[in-house]
Design a protein around this ligand. Structure first.
Ligand code: GLY
Length: 392
């Protein structure tokens, strides 16, 4: 038995034990030998993808076999390096580490790119993962530089980091729920540097988001537009959801993951409370399919014919494993296990005949723009691998 299969077996066994002790009926995360082999094959395809600084793999059209490649300025550019680091941690195979080092280096220049809030995704998912494996000062320095850059987008009047600079004719100061994910870079930078500034910015941003981004039912809006002169909310709206009042599935994942992660660094119980409330909204939603993999938006009127979003499921699974760690609420563990079981099947693992550096199929990137619908997308793989490691 190779290392990957052995680790999968241990993970599955651990899940079975937990489910039995808790008495909660959950699907076990034991995956079939065929699925293990399939995943193993897919993992190795990441090593075959040629190293090129302008070709970070982002997604693919499985009908045309075309891989959507992006340069480092794209918000998804850090995930491929992150996937290789995580595969190294899962398998112990140094080939993944060697490739990860090369891809990580390409993201370095993003630590000084002030053009969007995505410096958190780009720098932390690459250099943050690198630092978990190799305790190198050069990695820590890039993380601190990235945090300094992210703080240039913070407005004390609004109490938030500005997410985007486009659509200036529509928005004055847009803040999206995804931005919660970038706070990990700030919290870590304060730990690495001893400078409390980054952490203070992160806390103010989380508090403003907590105040304005959620609805009564604990689902969240995608975009809040602020008036930077007064700090007041101008509009609660969306870019990637079905409409302003709909519930974009990945946004709910970002919220649960983001507030659970912020609790990790602050121990603020209001963050944990919000993460739990939004997780419950997601888990008990009447429009959630039987296997737990959500439609891309909970309010798409074409449900049950709407596209699914595996990436939303994987962000949620990873977030729920951490949430379970703080709350010991077994329903979070059982639900995360269920999601992980669902995706480790022929239905969701990308077909072995498709030669591409992706693991999972059926994510939806930007439905209103008709972009990346029901495709393999790199960040679904990133949070899948992270969830496997967290489970371990
Ligand atoms: N952060 C952009 C997205 O979730 O699609």
């Amino acid at each position: 038995m190779n290392k990957v299969s052995f680790i999968s077996l241990i993970l599955g066994f651990a899940s079975l034990t937990t489910a039995c002790k808790s008495g909660i009926k959950s699907q076990k995360t034991i995956v079939s030998p065929t699925t293990k082999t399939l995943l193993d094959t897919r993992y190795k395809m990441l090593l075959d993808y040629p190293v090129d600084s302008l070709s970070m793999p982002r997604s693919m059209n499985v009908k045309t076999n075309e891989i959507h490649k992006v340069p480092s300025r794209d918000w998804t550019s850090g995930f491929f390096a992150g996937n290789l680091w995580q595969l190294y941690r899962l398998t112990g195979d140094s080939k993944y580490k060697e490739q990860a080092q090369k891809w990580t280096a390409f993201s370095k220049k993003e630590s000084v790119n002030r053009n969007s809030h995505d410096v958190g995704f780009k720098v932390y998912c690459s250099f943050g993962e690198a630092l978990k494996v190799e305790n190198k000062k050069e990695y820590a320095d890039v993380i601190i530089k990235g945090a300094e850059t992210l703080c240039t987008r913070f407005d004390p009047k609004v109490g938030s980091i500005r997410s985007w600079d486009f659509n200036k004719e529509i928005w004055d100061f847009p803040v999206i729920i995804d931005n919660m994910m970038n706070l990990e870079l700030l919290f870590e930078a304060s730990k690495l540097s001893g400078n409390p500034k980054y952490r203070e910015v992160a806390i103010q941003h989380a508090n403003t988001t907590l105040k304005n981004q959620f609805r009564e039912d604990n689902s969240c809006y995608h975009v809040i537009d602020y008036d930077p002169k007064t700090g007041n909310v101008r509009k609660k709206t969306t870019l990637q959801g079905y409409n302003d009042d709909s519930v974009w599935a990945r946004g709910q994942g970002w919220a649960v993951y983001g507030f659970t992660m912020s609790y990790r660094y602050t121990k603020d119980p209001t963050y944990l409370k919000q993460a739990e409330a939004t997780a419950k909204f997601f888990m008990s939603n009447k429009n959630l399919p039987e296997d737990g993999i959500p439609y891309w938006d909970f309010k798409d009127p074409s449900i049950p014919n709407a596209a699914r979003d595996v990436s939303a499921a994987m962000v949620m699974a990873s977030g729920l494993y951490e949430l379970y760690g703080y709350t010991k609420n077994k329903s979070y563990l059982a639900f995360a296990d269920k999601l992980m079981t669902s995706v480790q099947s022929d239905k969701y693992i990308l077909n072995a005949n498709i030669k591409a550096p992706f693991l999972l199929d059926h994510s939806t990137g930007n439905w209103p723009k008709h972009d990346e619908i029901d495709e393999p997308i790199i960040y679904a793989d990133y949070y899948f691998l992270e969830a496997l490691l967290r489970k371990k």
